[in-house]
Design a protein around this ligand. Sequence first.
Ligand code: DC
Length: 226
Amino acid sequence: MSDAPLVIAIDGPAGAGKSTVARALASRLGFFLLDTGAIYRALALTAARAGIAFSDAEPLGRLAETLPIRFDEAGQVYLGDEDVSVAIRTPEMSQGASTVSAHPPVRQALLGLQRKLAARGRCVVEGRDIGTVVLPWAPLKIFLTASPEVRARRRFDELSAKGQTVDLAKTLEEMRVRDERDSSRATAPLKQADDAVLLDSSELGEATVVDRMEALARSRFGADLP
Ligand code: DC
């Protein structure tokens, strides 16, 4: 047993099912869920509203330093008093978040915020670089992936279920563009930490993935869990 706070880092590409399983895992363990992608999405939304281009690294970095973001216990995302949980989930904000997140000043500005939010412990932190850069000390790291086709189909189903008009081929193409950008950026690219457990969810149902994660958490944290 280490003295590090009870934190589970879950990283992986878009559409691997991270958000859903991370939420389910957090709820089974009674942990808080920190969705770090929502922070980049909220920054993209703020930039779009302020007329700042997603390519404009320095102003975006300054905006990130004072981003008035907070999460409630239910995981809703707020900018100031406004609940932006739905507004940040559009395909435009997916691409926007991926673009703004590639800028080093943005990542630097958001590092401290993510660490502060995770310091409370008993949380599942979901993102791209949590195990490698943000919380390299996390006692349990999981890298969750799935094939691009499976991930595109899941994202398509998710957006369709929300009533958004989507095209499967376009979703797959957007997924590839986002994977390429997230994995090839110079600062904190998407990559599996050396000591992360790899889980491929292409052939696994959500419940099975959560079962495996819970088993990993119980074997790692044992008596500290309810
Ligand atoms: O997980 P998501 O789809 O909500 O993330 C949106 C974008 O934010 C993603 O394309 C890359 C970026 N991101 C990141 O760079 N680092 C993180 N820890 C989380 C998300």
